[in-house]
Design a protein around this ligand. Structure first.
Ligand code: DOR
Ligand code: ZN
Length: 343
């Protein structure tokens, strides 16, 4: 197959930041996707519907003129969130979910949750108003090996949340382990997962073998090969519980190529071309449209898109960097060849 036409996809997990970075990265996302779930981990975080709407307006202003891209907003779950705000969010046509970061798990997660049971009353309200909970699923115990943090979270926390709130819609974000995949498979249809391009393309050698590669460093960290294989199998299975969420997380090159580099892979410039490499390797091009264009919309109870886009088999080289004022963002697979190109 040399060409693939599919309904325009959506990105169900995206970081766009603000200011100059926003301007650069939102154009990349809007070229490929009709909609994206916008993560709220700004500094300061997006805590209220009003802040989410204000952020949405800034995103719309940063878009290229002709774009009809629709940012789907989220709130950041803290102990201070109120039932009233959750209800307001559920009523807003622009707020679609609430994101749970365990405190200290990742970039700008300091205001996150340290006592999960403490927020159970809020989860009860979310369950009642049917507002999805998006979870960064990693324990934050500093004694826990970083490669085990997702697996531990599944066992210690996720199971309890799902048991206590069986009707709460939950997205386990950016799953990276076989354990998380198996958990999602065994749960009800209220529980789904997003999968990133880096976790289906790479195993942990890509970070650490033959030199340390900071542009492959993200959280949850990329795991062993058998986990990658489990993720590829899930993404290409045609099971609607698994859908596209890039977790594209731009950081300036200087903050990643650093003695203490930031976590995050920048993939929005060519997200579809990155994913399709993994689908082609798995002989599953026929499963790409469900994963990229249908299952996420169905889970979020939003209409599927109707326009189409086309990807063509064509080799091109990913740029070394993208400019942001006088600085740069280094993309995932910088200077490497990709085999497909969106027309
Ligand atoms: O690698 C990551 N980067 N993981 C996250 O959970 C957050 C993200 C970011 O915002 O940079
Ligand atoms: Zn993320």
């Amino acid at each position: 197959m040399n060409k693939l036409t599919l309904v325009r996809p959506d990105d169900w997990h995206l970081h766009v930041r603000h200011g100059a970075i926003l301007k650069t990265v939102i154009a990349h996302t809007a070229r490929q996707f009709a909609r994206a779930i916008i993560m709220p981990n700004l500094n300061p975080p997006i805590l209220t519907v009003e802040q989410a709407l204000d952020y949405r307006t800034k995103i719309l202003k940063a878009l290229p003129l002709e774009s009809s891209f629709n940012p789907l907003m989220t709130l950041y779950l803290t102990d201070a969130l109120t039932p009233e705000e959750i209800k307001k969010a559920a009523e807003s046509e622009h707020v679609h979910a609430i994101k749970l970061y365990p405190a200290g798990a990742t970039t700008n997660s300091e205001s996150g949750i340290s006592d999960l049971k403490g927020i159970y009353p809020l989860l009860e309200v979310m369950e009642q108003v049917d507002l999805p909970l998006l979870i960064h699923g990693e324990v934050t115990d500093q004694n826990c090996d970083i490669f085990d943090r997702e697996k531990e979270f599944v066992a210690s926390s996720l199971t309890g949340i799902i048991k206590n709130f069986p009707n709460l819609r939950v997205v386990v974000e950016h799953v990276t382990t076989k354990e998380a995949v198996d958990f999602v498979l065994s749960a009800s249809d209220k529980v789904a997962a997003t999968i990133t391009p880096q976790h289906v393309l790479f195993n942990r050698n890509a970070i650490l073998a033959g030199g340390i590669r900071p542009h492959h460093y993200c959280l949850p960290i990329i795991k062993r090969e058998h986990h990658r294989l489990a993720l590829v199998k899930a993404a290409t299975s045609g099971n609607p519980k698994f859908f596209l969420g890039t977790d594209s997380a731009p950081h300036l090159t200087a903050t990643k190529e650093n003695s203490c580099g930031c976590a995050g892979c920048y993939s929005a410039y060519g997200a579809l071309e990155l994913y399709i490499e993994a689908f082609e390797q798995a002989n599953a091009l026929d499963k790409f449209e469900g994963f990229a264009s249908f299952f996420g919309a169905d889970f979020y109870q939003l209409p599927r898109n109707t326009e189409t886009i086309t990807l063509q088999k064509q080799t091109w080289t990913v740029p070394a960097s993208y400019r942001v004022n006088n600085e740069t963002i280094t993309p995932l697979k910088a200077n490497e060849e990709l085999n497909w190109k969106m027309l």
